[in-house]
Design a protein around this ligand. Sequence first.
Ligand code: NAD
Length: 247
Amino acid sequence: LNLMGRVALVTGSGSGIGRDTVFKLAEEGCRIVVSDINADSARDTAADLREAGHEAIAVACDVTREEEVEHLVAQAGQWGGVDILVNNAGIVKDGYLTKMSEQAWDSVVDIILKGAFLCSRAVLPQMMEKKWGRVINISSRSLFGNPGQTNYSAGKAGLVGFTRALAQEQGRFGVTVNAVAPGFIMTPGMRNLPHFPQLQEAATAKVPVGFLGEPRDISNAVAFLASDVARYISGTTLFVTGGRYSG
Ligand code: NAD
């Protein structure tokens, strides 16, 4: 894929899909800015990357806070700015809408949408100047609508609209903007759930290919979209769901 020398920033990369994505992008030649609201996990991930022979720094950042995002992106200045931004940070706070608190709504939607807005706004001026850039937004199959996830489904569907609009704005600057929509991915967090065996069985039954995804299935898609091989792809949402869509 030849991402040699590119600088990649992945939000929420202290764990799960984000953590695997920074390893994949590093293996493809990127220098990595690891970022997470959890400072310890960001630091550990960057240390693990360096131990594996890659170049990486860690910056703690809550993507919903403008000043923290500006500080985060400024740290990439030492490498000439961010070439590849992956808006990966996301949380769930499930519950039926009639019982959903304002906080559960705001926090989930803000991390997904405001986070993508603030991070994209912070990195784009340098990408536009270099006439090359990649913004990759991690959406979800849940954009079709999951009961108990009105907040999350709205945020992830909104992220697709954001992706399409920003792709139209940025194309002439050599910046592509795409989304990846994962299905059920077996992250360490998922595996540690007490009801994981039942969850795994129920979820597997709904996946046409007959197995659940691994973080590497998502990071492979991200790396592809980040590469020059994907130069003519912009504004799209790549579903990495084993063939499962709505339902
Ligand atoms: P995860 O919980 O393992 O990782 C998310 C990371 O985001 C955590 O390290 C967390 O500390 C960080 N984070 C939370 N709030 C933040 C904030 N305000 N600012 C910065 N970082 C913050 O989750 P994951 O399963 O790896 O999910 C990664 C992304 O993939 C999310 O956007 C999620 O919605 C999406 N996704 C996951 C799945 C799945 O099956 N795992 C499916 C579809 C979509």
